[in-house]
Design a protein around this ligand. Structure first.
Ligand SMILES: [Zn+2]
Length: 307
């Protein structure tokens, strides 16, 4: 998406809700959680300042349809070139846990490798975000927009979100909710909610007392694909990676540093020639992740057959 017009920015300012003390505190904690992970996975970032996502850059909006400003139906979104995060008020206020989980997801996008193109007219447009790359402003205007690694980008971000969520839930302010989630009624509600919506119950980390609404981790198919890939890479390079977590660090390195060469090598080395390109074509749609997983599995079989 191109940079937001001034009118839209003014509109956001007018329609935002003031953050609570807890929300401000949580934003700070989420920054710290993300930074610890980055320093742990990318050695060269150990001693440098990682951009802090300010409270002012995160906008909780009055209950409106995002479609009025942006062609999107999601509950939260990130605007890379303006370094901003928008979240629907009704969604953000469901529970501080849901707020934390979703804001963390968007913060991880903003802390990912970023490159922005600015043209003579002063319009800006993201060219790289995490592992994804997007076509130029010119192409966008000609209606020829294309992107690569959008799906992998979401797979990495939502997998980190899942990993860090347990640390969020462990925070003392969530002690009561954590206990409640272990209770019979919450567990039963989670199972029912999963059944009703075709979700994996392990992806539901929070549920209301009535059981009607929950907090759900996004991109299950993308995470499944990433998990499959990490398993196969680990088997292919046992001397290099002792466990999946070590393989995961390669993906994290690529997301935060923007360097894709090493990732390309280990993926092609595991799934065969052309597999990195196949992965690059995966979009953020569920069906695309399912198709890509099948393609990679077939490529792996052929690879093994030839070995
Ligand atoms: Zn995302």
């Amino acid at each position: 998406m191109a940079s937001l017009p001034k009118k839209t920015i003014e509109w956001i300012e007018r329609n935002q809700i003031e953050k609570t003390k807890d929300e401000v505190f949580l934003i700070d904690q989420l920054n710290k959680l993300a930074d610890d992970l980055i320093r742990d996975s990318v050695p060269k970032f150990k001693d440098i300042d990682i951009p802090y996502i300010n409270t002012e850059n995160i906008h909780i909006l009055k209950d409106i349809d995002f479609k009025t400003i942006i062609k999107s139906e999601c509950n939260a979104l990130v605007n890379i070139e303006n370094r901003g995060i928008l979240i629907k008020g009704s969604f953000a206020r469901k529970s501080p846990l849901v707020f934390s989980s979703d804001i963390l997801h968007e913060i991880l996008h903003l802390k990912g490798f970023t490159s922005i193109e600015v043209n003579k007219e002063g319009e800006s447009f993201p060219r790289r975000s995490g592992v994804s790359s997007l076509s130029s402003i010119k192409k966008e205007k000609e209606g020829d927009f294309h992107a690569h690694f959008l799906g992998l980008n979401e797979a990495i971000v939502s997998s980190v979100q899942k990993t860090l969520l347990s640390k969020i839930i462990d925070m003392s302010m969530f002690e009561k909710e954590k206990e409640r989630m272990k209770g019979f009624s919450a567990v039963k509600n989670k199972v029912e909610l999963a059944k009703k919506n075709g979700l994996d119950v392990r992806d539901i980390y929070w549920v209301t007392e009535s059981g009607r609404e929950g907090g759900v981790l996004p991109y299950p198919k993308h995470r499944e694909l990433l998990d499959y890939m990490m398993g196969e890479i680990m088997v292919q390079y046992p001397e290099k990676y002792k466990n999946k977590n070590e393989v995961f660090k390669e993906f994290l390195k690529a997301h935060f540093s923007g360097e894709l060469i090493n990732l390309g090598k280990i993926i092609e080395g595991t799934f065969g020639k052309g597999s990195f390109r196949v992965l690059g074509e995966m979009t953020d749609e569920n069906e695309s992740a399912e198709r890509t997983l099948e393609r990679l599995k077939r490529m792996k079989e052929t690879e093994v057959g030839h070995a």
